[in-house]
Design a protein around this ligand. Structure first.
Ligand code: ZN
Length: 451
């Protein structure tokens, strides 16, 4: 958050910052909700009044002012109807986009830097549907050259993002818990183990795979101390002076915001993926972090990018990033693949689909597909290609906890009366099976003459 403004504007900017940061706090609560286990704040306990903050300016945490002229790439490439559909049915949750975007029959006027009155960008619509692919650095399944039956993913660039950091950082990032004297559960270690298995299998199917991290170390070269000034500014704008809160801001800017931004920066810059897989395990809330309890609840869900809230749309950078997604037509590929992924995870895990309650405020369900939801997360917004964000298993479910304690193993073991793979292989196999089937079904598969 480093807006550069004239001194005369300082009181106004200070007020706007307060509003922005209040909204930022709400977004953080939403992100906590996705992993509610480590906090007593649960999804359903977030009071709805917190979403009434409607800042008219600002950037997301550590966001940069966008260069709106880059949208010139997509002038005259999307029709009015396609734009309106994606904006209203996929990327937003209510009518609040009308504060920033005005739609006319042949163009849209988009507010750019909201701290400058009247600053807008004009996007002209295409008059006819174009057969050409929009400008983008990734290939949809239909754009790939033919694959083969044993290498249906030949040449597909897939980045795997094992969620969180794990290891020595697991406690700091609040992705750590321990039941009794059992070894502690660290989500960042589990996602890495799963990611390594997925990578090995995808390479065999011909994919070019980049594992975004290969150890329990941050990709982000910065540390909490590097975020001291940002944390102080954020706290000051909220009237907060206690060191504990400021430290928690520094930590979150390091392990969450800064880490995710650095992963996306590297992948977008150097790898140009056709797809990013964000791997996570879910968890349910418990009351006492010092004495976590196990739950009977267990479920899966798969997230696609979309469903920006009113507060998120008000951030200039988030609004710009949403427009890039719309203009690149990421959703079409994400949805097709997401359907395969949700079904494959449901079959492999035999889990019920997770349902967001009060969904309209932070997530939208993809019609008729259990467990497939739209949500705006930093990780699925920043990667400049389709992103599949996975949330199978509740780590503090009794059976899941038992399976985590068993670690990874080959073959199957008898668990609850059924032969089961290790939880990591079951997860990985489900992801790989979905990808294999998707590319076999939608890609042209080359068959040598005589076969
Ligand atoms: Zn996670």
């Amino acid at each position: 958050m480093t807006p550069s403004h004239g001194r005369k504007l300082y009181p106004i900017i200070a007020l706007l910052l307060v509003l922005l940061i209040a909204a930022g706090g709400y977004i953080m609560l939403l992100e906590m909700q996705q992993k509610p286990s480590y906090s007593s704040t649960t999804a359903e306990s977030i009071p709805e009044t917190t979403i009434t903050e409607k800042p008219e300016t600002g950037l997301a945490d550590l966001g940069h002012p966008p260069n709106w002229t880059t949208l010139d790439l997509w002038q005259d490439t999307i029709t009015h109807d396609d734009f309106l559909y994606l904006l209203t049915e996929i990327y937003t949750t209510d009518d609040s986009w009308k504060r920033f975007i005005s739609i006319y029959p042949d163009h849209a006027i988009i507010r750019t830097d909201t701290s400058i009155p009247g600053a807008t960008y004009r996007l002209n619509f295409a008059s006819v549907i174009s057969e050409a692919s929009p400008n983008r650095n990734w290939n949809s399944v239909g754009e790939l050259p033919p694959g083969t039956a044993d290498k249906p993913l030949a040449g597909v660039h897939i980045a795997i993002d094992p969620g969180h950091i794990g290891g020595d950082y697991a406690k700091t990032e609040a992705r750590w818990f321990q039941i009794g004297t059992h070894p502690p559960v660290k989500e960042g270690d589990m996602t890495l183990l799963t990611g390594k298995i997925i990578k090995e299998q995808l390479v065999k199917l011909g994919a070019k795979v980049y594992l975004i991290r290969g150890s329990n170390n941050p990709v982000n070269p910065k540390r909490p101390d590097d975020y001291r000034d940002v944390a102080l500014a954020k706290a000051a704008s909220q009237g907060i002076t206690d060191e504990k809160t400021i430290n928690s801001y520094q930590n979150k800017l390091f392990y969450r915001t800064g880490e995710i931004r650095e992963r996306a920066r590297r992948v977008n810059l150097a790898f140009n993926p056709d797809l990013v897989l964000c791997l996570h395990f879910n968890a349910e809330a418990w009351d006492d972090p010092a004495n976590p309890s196990l739950t009977v609840r267990n479920h899966y869900h798969v997230l696609l990018h979309g469903a920006l809230t009113s507060s998120e749309l008000a951030h200039d950078d988030e609004r710009y990033e949403m427009l890039v997604k719309i203009l690149q037509r990421s959703h079409e590929e994400e949805k097709s693949l997401g359907v395969y992924m949700a079904r494959s995870i449901a079959t492999a895990t035999e889990l019920p689909a997770y349902e967001y309650l009060n969904a309209s405020h932070r997530a939208r369900q993809i019609e008729d597909v259990p467990g497939l939801w739209l949500r705006n997360l930093l990780a699925n917004r920043l990667y400049q290609c389709p992103v599949i964000f996975l949330e199978p298993y509740v780590m503090n479910n009794q059976e899941v906890h038992n399976r985590i304690q068993l670690g990874d193993y080959q073959g199957t073991m008898l668990i609850g009366g059924n032969e089961r793979k290790s939880i990591f292989r079951e997860y990985a196999d489900a992801v790989v099976a979905a990808l294999e089937q998707y590319y076999l079904d939608y890609r042209i598969i080359y068959k040598p003459i005589g076969q």
